[in-house]
Design a protein around this ligand. Structure first.
Ligand SMILES: Cc1cc2nc3c(=O)[nH]c(=O)nc-3n(C[C@H](O)[C@H](O)[C@H](O)COP(=O)(O)O)c2cc1C
Length: 218
């Protein structure tokens, strides 16, 4: 097993210190397509509970749609000015098909007979299917946030600026993107691009709880 060296983690921490929730994007600076594709792949590779990935991501390029989303998003300029805007949506409800499509994928990807996966399939269904709808959607939204976190870290490593946003009216965003008809709802937006030189926030020190406050060693 290869162990991570101090240098690698230091490089990663440098990236995390470099990133910040960008308030002002350079409107002319566009992400090269391969960089965007790499970041989307990082989202696709995110861990999720049981591997079910109960979410979808909308990559919004249409300027008119982004203008409408900005109005529903506290008029935050990042929504229209960043190179790209991703909307992370979670399933507001699901049935056995969520587990069954996953089992199909496992069988195909790993060349395992579906019958051999019946036990695991039944186990997942027993844990998930009887949950009240609200608990289901709380759970799916949590899975979507893991993907958001993964994207933010990947963007930092790629020296791409990002702003995660919860500052929006989800009812309006769901309406604009017609998410309700597909049992989806918006959890978070992430603007991606390059910071404007005039964004003062980039010069501010990071505010974080101390390690003592954050970690308990038992
Ligand atoms: C889920 C989530 C929602 C956020 N919503 C907004 C937002 O709507 N607008 C904004 O400018 N920043 C938003 N932020 C950015 C946070 O304020 C920022 O991450 C935090 O203050 C830490 O600062 P840093 O990310 O610059 O290190 C959000 C961050 C997260 C993780």
């Amino acid at each position: 097993m290869q162990t991570s060296t101090q240098t690698e983690i230091e490089t990663y921490l440098d990236s995390l210190n470099w990133r910040y929730a960008t308030k002002e994007f350079d409107r002319d600076a566009k992400l090269p397509e391969p960089v965007l594709e790499g970041l989307l792949e990082a989202v696709r590779l995110s861990a999720s509970s049981y591997g079910l990935q109960p979410y979808e991501i909308q990559v919004v390029s249409d300027p008119e749609v982004r203008q409408k989303l900005r109005a529903a998003g506290w008029d935050q300029s990042q929504i229209t000015d960043a190179s790209h805007l991703l909307v992370f949506t979670y399933k507001t409800d699901f049935g056995p098909e969520l587990v069954e499509s996953y089992i199909d994928r496992v069988s195909e990807t790993r060349g395992v007979e579906k019958a051999k996966l019946n036990g695991y399939s039944d186990f997942m269904k027993s844990k998930l299917m009887d949950l009240p709808r609200e608990q289901k959607s709380n759970w799916t939204a949590r899975q979507a946030y893991i993907a958001v976190g993964n994207l933010l870290s990947a963007a930092a490593v790629a020296q791409v600026d990002a702003c995660p946003m919860e500052g929006f009216d989800p009812v309006k965003v769901d309406e604009i993107l017609d998410l309700g008809s597909r049992n989806l709802s918006a959890a978070a937006l992430v603007a991606l691009g390059y910071r404007s030189e005039s964004d003062a926030t980039q010069h501010q020190n990071k505010v974080r709880r101390t390690r003592q406050e954050l970690f308990t060693h038992i």
